[in-house]
Design a protein around this ligand. Sequence first.
Ligand code: ASP
Ligand code: MG
Length: 430
Amino acid sequence: MKVFKFGGASVKDAGAVKNAAAILKKYPKENIIVVISAMGKTTNALERLTNAFFYSDNKEAEKPEAIAILNEIKKYHFDIIEELFPDKSHPIYNEINNSFVELDWAVEEAPAHSYDHEYDQIVSIGEIVSTKIVNAYLNEAGIPCKWRDVRDFIQTDNTFREGKVDLELTESLVKKHLSPVFASEEGAIVVTQGFIGGTSENFTTTLGREGSDYTAAILAFAANAESVTIWKDVPGILNADPKWFDETKKIEQLSYQDAIELAYYGATVIHPKTIKPLQNKKIPLYVKSFLNPEEIGTVINEDQSPLPVPCFIFKINQVLLSISPKDFSFIAEENFSSIFKLFAQQHVKINMMQNSAISFSVCIDNDPGKLPELIKTLQKEYRVLYNENLELITIRYYDQATIGRVTIDKKVLLEVKSRYTVQLVVQKSN
Ligand code: ASP
Ligand code: MG
């Protein structure tokens, strides 16, 4: 059995949904679990809806901003439905109406739970409606498939917006709910949601933004799938983000370890949590273009060969903090543990670090919601200097020439090298 994941861009309009159907048509006798994200930018719109609902001054009564956003979301989906289903008496019209009624009700009430809890109940509707629409269209287009609610088998704790998956329980529930479907017929297709899960109290959780890749990996793990394919709008995994680099190369094969390292350093191609479940069961992951489905794309698997080209990860808007004990004592174990504790408590992720005898340097994202508080807390015990407007360049499989090329016109403030990876904190020289 295979797992396919279609992200938001691959179902962003009626044409895209038809294209996804055309791809599935090429696999007539396969058993496939199809994991689908919310359509296009729906998750962003639902986030705005959640904010308008939660932070409205009008706690009980109508919330005009929330209602306006909700109407936009409905219109976007019904425009797609009208193009896919010219027959207005098709049951999908009613079904999607019913899904949105849940949001109408939710928005009318005053928030009853924490922000994160409310967020998950609202934002998850994007995946519910996208999978219902695609499932109905596939059946209409002669690709019989079954819709399943992923919340029945992906079980998480109640950490809303960052649900921790109970893999063991999920594995047994996947067997219980999906095995019968695949056992009873050849070439069965199950359509289900990415990004969301359920708790033991039947609340909905989400697994973190862009979490559908992770869903695909969890289901592949639980169902012992032979492979996962992520269908994207790029030809595969590239050695650099075309947003920042003119010349990029497609990587044909990548080891699990390299994939984890790249995701860790901030490559955005695949969700960082995706690789571990696949690596644990040695399930290959294919990244392929939904625009050119015949092209080979990239495979991530056990083959440990080093990459033939350097890979670049570029982060802008970085801050370099230099933290030193006020009394000039050494930076040693005790200081480290108190510093790391502060970072963990304030949920600040360290992108790079280095220490000398009396100072500890860390590079972090310049997040205005977190940085001032972090600095204030650190300053109680340490002297803190900081430098803003920096860039962090990570190169895996670097060589000196590559470092030279990316640092032209730049001042290198800090450099950390390991055998395969170099990280450079740089400042544009004026
Ligand atoms: N729809 C969710 C998001 O946009 C999950 C995903 O696309 O992977 O974050
Ligand atoms: Mg998405």
